[in-house]
Write a protein that binds this ligand. Sequence first.
Ligand SMILES: [Zn+2]
Length: 258
Amino acid sequence: MGFVKFLGTAGARYVVGKQLRYSAGTWIELGGTRLLLDPGPGTLLRCRRSRPPLDPEALDGLILTHKHLDHSTDVNIMLEVMAELGHKGRKGVLVAPRDCLEGEDPVVLRYVRRYPERIEIMEEGRVVGIGAVRVTPVRHRHGDAETYGVMLDSPEGRLGFVVDTRFTPELPERYSDCDLLVLNVVRLKPTPEIDHLSLPEAVEIIRGARPKLAVLTHFGMTMLRAKPRELASKLSGELGLEVIAAEDGMQIGSERWL
Ligand SMILES: [Zn+2]
């Protein structure tokens, strides 16, 4: 049975820095393939402390959507644990934008690159297979960091992850036909100078994309103060589809979106 587990739900510097919510990534199991999306600070710890524990050495792949610290801090240790513990040798796949690997300030350390079996560069139009999952990158607009959301096609449905981005009109269309749609909603109100989704913009994407189930996560302070759970339950009524606000450690089984 597939599932998605939110090991952390923090977004924005303040919430991450104060650890008002955990900043670990999202564990995704689909068709027996185990993936971890955006290993932010504390990902290794939150895997081990999860109930029941999640074993990073059992991972088949890591997906890094962009290089910002709240998404990438634990990528190096996770690559090492995925490959080295128990297995002793190259194992797993890393999928990441080019600027995480090249240029002046790559976040994936060079000496760690001998651990994964494959490193795949994310590019628009370039689909990457990891076990039972096909990963399709969707280009986002998020400051200077090269950033991609992902669509995951699997025997247990199509999952979309709208990560850090400013709103663009093509996003609802790009994420149509998802069974589960997860959106990083940092701000309560639109803030044009910041390249992050606000709640009304996330609602516009959900309204256009019409997933079976939508999950809001990656909250900044304005969202936390407004009580994400109450906002989500109100939205479920307004949109006529189920909207959930993620909590740290929340697990959603595939029966909820299939
Ligand atoms: Zn970011």
